[in-house]
Design a protein around this ligand. Structure first.
Ligand SMILES: C=C(OP(=O)(O)O)C(=O)O
Ligand SMILES: [Mg+2]
Length: 547
């Protein structure tokens, strides 16, 4: 969710499946159809790349990955085969994508995340061949609330925020890629709302990005009340500036999650005190066969480091696998990729990739006054942590080495992990996934992704207490940190820094500035004493607003 309230009329994303008729063509038309298919694919791929260039950041990487899907040579070979036996270009594309989709489904992999991307590519190519408008964002001159089954990155990347007041999706958990991209736009959004696509076109809805509520046909009083709440939030926002701290001066550095240099401007504008999570995998998406060279990586890292002179920059080494597969590193045949070779496990199996990345970081930081910190994703135990710390030392890296806490075992044995590394960073997206055994990409399981769940709060508290006892830092860099109320609770649990998408920083800063540390601790205790995520949220809200 983004914060704020949007009130407006529903406009649906045009998702009607374009199914071309199964017309047959005579053999002499095949060359022409082949040519049409090639031109449509090229145009769509070029359009996706152009959209990516405009959007920058994480969106660019996702769009470029989509362009690669469009240009997939095997897919094109299948299209040509179908044309050769009498299909029209549009029908051949439609059918070839359908079998590719089934193949993905059979692989069982990160499908939920990728199918929306794949369908979007197919719709674009088929629409182009049929000469009908591209599927996607509706044409409207007046502002509206966009409703969609799921949002394809190509659409979220270039949404006109002067027209889109907010959006609601039926699919996609709160930590899915579309939700993260949506949040980056900074308009109120509610994801994984069951029944969203049934909302009638033109109905007025109020979308509260902070609570996740969508009020259908709000009466004038409700509209006024919601608008008043939104105004209050805005006023609180402008009142708070400077470093993150509670009203009694307990400092909680507010850091930004970024995917590359393109996100730095937004981080600086939001007043980020540094970067708490630099997701480096976006750099690796350009080439599906090999890692970028040390020189290329160093250039990109340096651009980010230079933007935060004297600030803290936490770089996460490559987190490949599961929802972020890379062809040259991720095993193709894993029965359960989220439980498979991913994150640090991938890097330990490909030490040369880790070595190159660490060498690039050492090169990038040379001579800069920045506080570089480097952390590994998916650390499960002390052996993992030691292997990572050893690799960092061998690379001669002048940096603090840390471990992400994304697996329950790491939270349970945080103290032992801290014998090897200097800080912890809680990746609450994956920690929730593994605590509740609920795939973070599956919309119907999104209840388990609620970071307010007391079990998750217990694990966070364990990690934070262990770090406190060792005199070391323990930050949060998962989506949990971007919820202003939860940010107060996390602070109360003993978390020492919060890292989030830049657009959330002002809201979190304002929320912390209004509470004392003692209030945050009371809210944390009340939340942990609850029996469900919903109860925990209510309990914390009542502590934090009642004093
Ligand atoms: C920050 C996290 O990493 P990612 O979302 O990139 O997996 C997390 O899992 O919370
Ligand atoms: Mg993670």
């Amino acid at each position: 969710m983004s914060h704020g309230v949007a009130i407006g009329e529903v406009r649906h994303m045009s998702t009607a499946e374009l199914e071309p008729p199964p017309d047959r063509i005579p053999p002499d038309r095949a060359p022409r159809e082949r040519d049409r298919a090639h031109r449509a694919v090229d145009a769509v791929a070029a359009d996706l790349v152009a959209r990516g260039n405009l959007a920058g950041g994480e969106a660019q990487a996702v769009l470029e990955a989509q362009a690669m899907m469009a240009r997939d040579p095997e897919l094109m070979a299948d299209v040509e085969r179908r044309i050769a036996v009498g299909s029209t270009a549009e029908r051949a594309v439609y059918d070839a994508f359908a079998s590719y989709r089934a193949l993905l489904a059979g692989a069982g992999e990160y499908l939920a995340g990728r199918v929306a991307d794949l369908d979007d590519v197919r719709n674009r190519i088929v629409a182009r061949l049929l000469g009908v408008p591209m599927p996607g964002v509706p044409n409207s001159d007046t502002p509206y609330v966009l409703v969609a089954r799921d949002l394809a990155p190509a659409d979220t990347a270039l949404l006109d925020t002067s027209l889109v007041l907010g959006f609601v999706t039926e699919e996609g958990g709160p930590t899915s890629h579309s939700a993260i991209l949506a949040r980056a736009l900074g308009v109120p959004a509610v994801v994984a709302l069951q029944g969203a696509v049934e909302l009638a076109e033109g109905t007025v809805v109020a979308v509260d990005g902070s609570t996740g509520e969508v009020v259908v046909d709000p009466d004038p009083e409700q509209q006024e009340e919601l608008a008043r709440i939104a105004e209050e939030r805005k006023a609180a926002l402008t009142a708070a500036t400077g470093p993150g701290a509670t009203s009694d001066g307990h400092k909680v550095p507010l850091l930004a999650n970024i995917g590359g240099p393109a996100d730095v401007a937004a981080a600086l504008e939001a007043g980020a005190e540094g970067v708490g999570l630099f997701r480096t995998e976006f750099l690796f998406l350009d080439d599906s066969r090999k890692a970028p060279s040390e020189k290329k990586q160093a250039e990109v890292y340096r651009q980010v480091l230079e933007a935060f002179p004297e600030g803290r920059v936490v770089v996460r080494v490559l987190d490949a696998g599961a929802d972020k597969p890379l062809d040259f590193l991720t095993p193709a045949e894993e029965p359960n990729p989220a439980l498979g070779v991913r994150g640090l496990r991938t890097l330990l199996g490909h030490p040369e990739v880790l070595r190159t990345q660490l060498a690039a970081l050492a090169r990038a930081a040379k001579g800069l006054p920045v506080y570089l910190e480097v952390m590994a994703p998916m650390v499960a135990d002390r052996t993992d942590a030691r292997a990572f710390a050893d690799a960092c030392r061998e690379a001669g890296l002048q940096a603090k080495f840390g471990a992400m806490v994304e697996v329950p075992s790491a939270a349970l044995r945080a103290r032992s992990i801290l014998q090897e590394v200097e800080f912890l960073s809680l990746g609450t997206n994956d920690l929730a996934q593994y605590t509740f055994a609920a795939d973070r990409q599956v919309g119907v399981l999104s209840r388990y992704q609620d970071p307010w769940q007391p079990a998750l709060l217990d694990l966070i508290a364990m990690a934070a207490e262990a770090a406190g006892a060792e005199g070391k830092g323990c930050g949060v860099c998962g989506e949990a940190a971007s919820d202003p109320l939860l940010a107060c609770v996390l602070t109360g649990l003993g978390v020492t820094s919060l890292s989030m998408g830049p657009t959330a920083i002002p809201y979190v800063r304002a929320a912390l500035a209004r509470r004392t540390m003692a209030q945050c601790e009371r809210a944390a205790a009340a939340a942990r004493a609850s029996e469900s995520g919903e109860e925990a949220r209510e309990a914390a809200r009542s502590v934090l607003s009642g004093e």
